[in-house]
Design a protein around this ligand. Structure first.
Ligand SMILES: Nc1ncnc2c1ncn2[C@@H]1O[C@H](COP(=O)(O)OP(=O)(O)OP(=O)(O)O)[C@@H](O)[C@H]1O
Length: 251
């Protein structure tokens, strides 16, 4: 039994069957990659896990509890955090201010942006944010404006912000999209470190096969909304069905 169990999920958009009978089991403390050609249904599936979309039929269970019908913030409180394709950080705030926001929200259950001025006097929040910046190897950038950082550092900050909510399942939607190779490799190293240091399960959607094969313990290949294969990375690489699904893409 996985920490995340998706069973018989279907989702239609008008006449288009975006997901057809999707089953997925993600085991605790593993990195599970979901790959597939463009339009395979990866983002639709992720959106069904975080409450952004509701499947037409099927079930999504996290740690034995259904996520269906819950609002995204409730699913977040259950222990699922999502990192988006484009980093969701506050560009006008400093790195430290960005990091303090989720630390504050984790403690108080909510956060209003106008509370930002009162945070620095709250020692526990400051200490937690600083510790996370140390973990993320960003403490030297604490006073930088977030907007001024490289894409890789913005992603690093966003991942740290997600981790400060202490999730048990981290969902990553193409975390290296648009990155230069050096930033991609730094992000791979960061995720390997997170996997080693924490009790956390990671589900990752990614097009870059270098990233997938560097991180994944298990891979599900989606094609036309349906899981085609689920296997260990070494078996996925040579699988002719997977190569066929990609039709020339770098599988
Ligand atoms: N809100 C929507 N309304 C209508 N059709 C949609 C909607 N969202 C997705 N689709 C369609 O559903 C199918 C699956 O899309 P989805 O974005 O989940 O695929 P994907 O595997 O994430 O693709 P990519 O790798 O290109 O991001 C596509 O044909 C897409 O056009």
């Amino acid at each position: 039994m996985g920490i995340l169990e998706v069973k018989g999920v279907n989702k239609r958009f008008g006449g288009l069957q975006a997901l057809g009978n999707v089953n997925l089991s993600v085991k605790e403390n593993t990195v599970h990659a979901i790959i597939g050609p463009n339009g395979a249904g990866k983002s639709t599936l992720l959106n069904c896990l975080v409450g952004k979309l509701i499947p037409d039929t099927g079930s999504v269970m996290f740690d034995g509890q259904s996520v269906l019908g819950r609002a995204p913030y409730e699913i977040n409180q259950m222990g699922i955090s999502r990192v988006f394709q484009t980093p969701e950080i506050f560009g006008d705030l400093t790195v430290m201010e960005n990091m303090m926001i989720p630390c504050f929200a984790k403690r108080d259950g909510a956060f209003e942006l106008n509370a930002i001025t009162s945070i620095p006097s709250q020692k526990d929040v400051v200490e937690k944010a600083e510790a996370m910046l140390v973990d993320m190897k960003m403490i030297d950038k604490r006073d930088m404006h977030a907007a001024a950082m490289s894409r890789g550092d913005k992603r690093r900050l966003e991942i740290g912000m997600c981790l400060s909510q202490e999730p048990r399942l981290l969902l990553l939607d193409e975390p290296t999209a648009g990155m230069a190779r050096a930033d991609t490799n730094n992000t791979i190293d960061l995720l390997k470190q997170i996997k080693e240091d924490r009790d956390i399960t990671i589900a990752i959607i990614e097009h870059d096969m270098h990233v997938v094969f560097s991180l994944a313990d298990r891979i599900t290949v989606l094609a036309q909304g349906t899981p085609l294969v689920e296997d260990d990375p070494q078996n996925i690489k040579g699988n002719p069905k997977v190569r066929e699904a990609y039709l020339g893409e770098s599988a």
